[in-house]
Write a protein that binds this ligand. Structure first.
Ligand code: AVI
Length: 332
């Protein structure tokens, strides 16, 4: 995927294959610990399966975060104040985004997403819900600095990054993203921007493992869809039934890891290259880091954000944190 002036372009070869997808899969399958980046989960089927996951009994994060947004509206409004441009990193959820916009009286809404179609659809739906609110969808890769529309540039900004998507990144990438957000929101040119970010909390391993290995098998289907996608888009011959979905808590790194584990020795091809896997060997497909109050604060500080306030749901499973872009200074 390349981005030029904020416009995302999927780089396809003469057969219509997404070059970045193929490069990531081939490189990942050659590694000692095989791995494919989690962003490739989200084709059309994967996005629908993720929507289903958010409604599952065991998958508490979406409900917990929505509860906080519903319960704490007046506190957000007091701390954030009116007339900000809300810049959402991602297309926006049909439930969470309206809850925020209803409470803080923003001057504009700017969703940023690499997937143009989805972005335009959700921006149009929001425009209908908030008829007086200017909406400026920007098709861009928000992992890098994005130039915001001219009309938005002079406004004060609030970045919004719900869902604990930050947890899907290893700390080094998460820090890079937080710094890019700072640059996108203009941290060095005017009033310090704010960031409202969802961060899921460390809890007992059994609750976490159930959230990522639900009884209906939806998360398993979400994980296995990656194999279907590789077979479909990259001429793969991977026997899908030879894999089992595994979700396990890695206590050293405070993260749920999802893997696809080979149930027997297998050989297969992807884009004409041959691969072998031994029984028990895995392809690592996702990390979902969980945070404590301190680890969340440290990550935010490392990315250039000073935490101001933190809210939890009643069950204390999930946190929403408001932070302000840290001013540069040379001494503590
Ligand atoms: C998108 N992301 C925050 C989800 C998570 O909880 O890490 C993705 C997910 N993977 C399996 N279930 C949900």
């Amino acid at each position: 995927m390349r981005t030029e002036q904020g416009i995302a372009i999927v780089d396809r070869d003469e057969d219509g294959v997404d070059r970045a997808f193929r490069a990531d899969v081939l490189a990942g399958l050659r590694q000692q610990q095989k791995a494919v980046p989690a962003r490739w989960f989200y084709d059309e089927v994967g996005s629908q399966l993720f929507e289903q996951i958010t409604g599952l009994e065991e998958y508490y994060p979406t409900r917990a975060e929505t509860e906080i947004l519903q319960a704490r509206g007046t506190e957000f409004a007091d701390l954030i104040g009116p007339d900000r441009a809300v810049v959402e990193f991602g297309s926006g959820s049909s439930v969470k985004t309206p809850l925020l916009l209803e409470t803080i009286e923003p001057a504009a809404y700017v969703p940023l997403d690499i997937s143009g179609d989805f972005l335009r659809e959700s921006a149009a739906a929001l425009g209908e819900k908030f008829p007086g609110l200017p909406v400026y969808p920007v098709e861009a890769d928000f992992m890098r600095r994005v130039t915001l529309p001219d009309d938005v540039a002079p406004l004060k900004k609030l970045g919004f990054f719900p869902g604990s998507t930050i947890g899907n990144m290893v700390p080094r990438t998460a820090v890079d993203l937080l710094r890019s957000m700072r640059a996108t929101l203009g941290a060095d040119d005017g009033e310090a921007p704010l960031l409202l970010i969802g961060m899921d909390l460390v809890k007992d391993a059994s609750t976490l493992e159930a959230a990522y290995d639900d009884s209906q098998g939806v998360t398993a289907a979400f994980n296995l869809n990656l194999v279907h996608r590789i077979n479909r888009e990259l001429d793969g011959t991977i026997p899908v039934d030879a894999f089992a979905h595994v979700a396990r808590w890695n206590d050293d790194f405070a993260r749920i890891e999802m893997h696809l584990e080979a149930k027997r020795d297998i050989a297969f091809e992807v884009s004409g290259r041959r691969f072998f896997m031994r029984k028990g060997e895995t392809i690592h497909t996702e990390n979902s880091h969980k945070f404590t109050r301190r680890s969340a604060n440290i990550l935010l500080l490392a990315g250039g954000w000073t935490p101001l306030e933190r809210w939890l749901d009643k069950g204390e499973r999930f946190s929403l944190i408001l932070a302000r872009a840290t001013e540069h200074r040379d001494a503590p």
